[in-house]
Design a protein around this ligand. Structure first.
Ligand SMILES: Nc1ncnc2c1ncn2[C@@H]1O[C@H](COP(=O)(O)OP(=O)(O)OP(=O)(O)O)[C@@H](O)[C@H]1O
Length: 621
């Protein structure tokens, strides 16, 4: 006998419904095979037909057994029944107590409101919604947590800046558009107002009795409002403009600063070149020397740093081979280098002197190598081939003139002296024959860092005319002794000293700078010059003073604690222009002649040793 009663198995989970029905089948089928289950795996219930046992309907026990803890609802019942209990043991099949308990439970459950039990789909939906919302809340909480502890952003990438700029553009465009719209609306209103006849409406029709405001007044109020808005936007625009302008000015200042750092010659020399530099210049040969040209390799213009001296060497088997000896300097000027090119490279030193530093430029080399040409120019100079001295003084004049606009007033004075046999002579003296009777002394002012030669004539350099007079006078007075090498060879060191004293009338600032332009005596060896008697004495003094000069420069390069400037009159006179922040330039001159090869080599070696600190003593004699 089978009970026609069907039961609905329901659960919040489709899996549970399936597993329950399978359990019911398992429990019932072995004995009676009378179980017929209708269920849908993915619906919330399954219909279960339970058998009658011995004509009795299935007891709660069987139901309980079959349900295994999931709800079993008799069909036709409107309310759902949820029945939870522990899973009973199969041994307790006919347990009346349990059946009674089940019935009690069913009865009590019947009272429950069906609406309180959510359908499966809605539960799923609700569940997933809840899950989603909890995920979102978690995420937003974590974002909040993270953003709260993030530092404010100070650096932006270029794309971020671009976006910001675009936003600003959009904002600006919007403001403009808004203003346009406002103006247009204003115009329309004005037009309307002009067209509209001034009509007084009946008070009871549109207005409160006491309010006598006309239609025109209403429009006027609107116009005033609009005007106010426009004014506010204009102010916003103006402040934005001011911000933009200040930004632009800021960038302009930055650019100017960078430009100054790049272009300021003094700073350039300081930061990029160091304080002691060695340049080399090769004199071009004249027509009569064409058959005596040495194989010297140098750069065609003034861009190189290397000069190579070729020599022929014979090997063991008597085979001749040309070898090159390379010398490197801070700059090498070939025979085609112009006076202007040369000056461009020394101009930073002159500039720095105007700004309050000391500078010293030496022309070194053997007789007839072009020292005087570099320093003063040829005998009848033109504006194109004039030397370093007139160019430097002109640059000083120009720079001082420019500084006048900033409140600077300068006094420029000059002395032109020579050191002959370690004694000072005044090249600007009106009576050179008096030289032997006067004892000139070097006076250093340690406070200002200036040097002057007492009793030597001091000229106030206030014009180009004065400068020209100084140069002519010095050329006339310079002691020239005839030697074998050069009929006009100068046997003394000549020094043109320019002192600048600047005062700023606005700030009260002071600047003092000294520029020494030194044309050294010829450096040829005694054997070559064939000197005898007085000339031998001259040559000894020259070589000794050059040797001391080299030692002093090397000590300065090595930053020695003790430098003996007193060893020679030349180094003692130039003391303040060699040490400290003074800029020193040694210009080594090279003759292009093959016959002067040994002297050339000697000069290059001298200059090379000046570039290398901690070198051994170099003896010229
Ligand atoms: N770069 C040059 N271009 C053209 N001519 C030059 C150049 N250098 C030198 N000279 C000429 O070479 C000759 C010798 O030059 P300079 O008198 O300057 O040599 P120096 O080294 O001063 O000799 P000294 O030590 O005897 O005074 C001069 O006639 C000069 O005009």
């Amino acid at each position: 006998m089978y009970s026609n009663k069907t039961f609905k198995v329901t659960s919040s989970s489709a899996n549970k419904v399936g597993s329950t029905t399978r359990k019911i089948r398992k429990a019932q089928a072995p004995s009676s095979k009378m179980l017929d289950i209708e269920y849908n795996d993915y619906s919330s219930f399954a219909k279960v037909k339970l058998p009658e046992i011995n004509g009795n309907p299935t007891t709660g026990n069987e139901m309980k057994e079959a349900s295994c803890g999931v709800p079993i609802i008799p069909e036709g019942r409107k309310s759902q029944l949820i029945y939870h209990t522990r899973t009973p043991s199969l041994k307790r099949k006919n347990d009346e107590g349990l059946a009674a308990e089940l019935q009690r439970n069913i009865r009590s459950f019947q009272k429950d409101d069906i609406t309180k039990i959510p359908s499966k789909r809605s539960t799923i939906c609700c569940g997933s919604l809840k899950k989603l919302s909890s995920v979102r809340t978690n995420q937003s909480e974590s974002i909040e947590r993270v953003t709260k502890h993030l530092p404010p952003k100070t650096k932006f990438t270029s794309s971020e800046i671009e976006v910001m700029n675009l936003r600003n553009e959009i904002l600006r465009a919007r403001i403009e558009l808004y203003i346009k719209e406002q103006i247009e609306a204003l115009n329309n209103t004005m037009q309307l107002q002009d067209d509209t006849p001034e009509v007084e409406y009946e008070p009871d029709q549109f207005m409160v009795e006491e309010d006598h405001t006309s239609y025109k007044d209403v429009h006027m109020a609107e116009i005033k409002d609009s005007l106010m808005n426009i004014r506010q936007y204009c102010e916003a625009m103006q402040s934005m403009n001011a911000n933009l302008n200040s930004e632009v000015n800021h960038y302009k200042n930055d650019l100017e600063l960078n430009k100054n750092v790049k272009e300021h010659p003094r700073r350039n020399f300081h930061e990029h070149k160091g304080n002691i530099k060695v340049f080399c210049r090769v004199r071009p040969p004249v027509l009569s020397e064409c058959e005596d040209i040495a194989d010297i390799r140098f750069p065609p213009y003034s861009y190189g740093k290397k000069i190579s001296l070729a020599s022929i060497k014979r090997n063991y088997w008597g085979v001749e081979r040309e070898t090159f000896k390379d010398y490197k300097f801070d700059k090498v000027f070939g025979a085609s280098a112009t006076q202007e090119e040369i000056y461009t490279n020394v101009a930073p030193i002159v500039q720095s002197v105007v700004d309050g530093s000391n500078g010293c430029i030496f022309a070194y080399g053997q007789t007839c190598s072009g020292k005087t040409y570099t320093m003063q120019g040829p005998q009848d100079p033109t504006i194109y081939n004039e030397g370093m001295i007139p160019r430097a003084v002109r640059q000083i004049f120009n720079h001082v003139d420019e500084l006048k606009t900033q409140g600077w007033e300068y006094e420029i004075e000059g002395q032109f002296i020579e050191i002959y046999n370690d004694n000072i002579r005044d090249l600007l003296s009106d009576d050179p024959s008096n030289h032997r009777g006067i004892k000139f002394r070097t006076i250093h002012d340690e406070q200002t860092g200036t040097t002057m030669v007492n009793k030597a004539k001091t000229v106030n350099l206030d014009s180009v005319a004065t400068l020209n007079w100084v140069l002519q006078m010095a050329a006339k007075n310079r002691a020239v002794a005839s030697t074998k090498s050069n009929a006009n060879s100068s046997r003394s060191h000549s020094i043109f000293m320019v002192r600048l004293m600047g005062t700023n009338t606005i700030t009260g600032e002071n600047r003092i700078g000294t520029l020494n332009l030194v044309d050294l005596a010829g450096s040829e060896r005694l054997s070559k010059s064939g000197s005898q008697g007085d000339h031998l004495q001259e040559a000894r003094y020259i070589n000794s003073s050059l040797s001391h000069l080299k030692t002093v420069i090397q000590c300065i390069k090595e930053k020695s604690d003790h430098i003996n400037f007193r060893n020679s009159t030349l180094t003692w006179l130039l003391k303040n222009s060699l040490r400290g922040n003074a800029k020193v330039l040694m210009f080594v001159h090279i003759s292009p002649l093959e016959s002067a090869r040994a002297e050339t080599e000697s000069s290059l070696e001298f200059a090379r040793l000046l570039r290398i600190p901690q070198c051994s003593q170099f003896h010229l004699l």
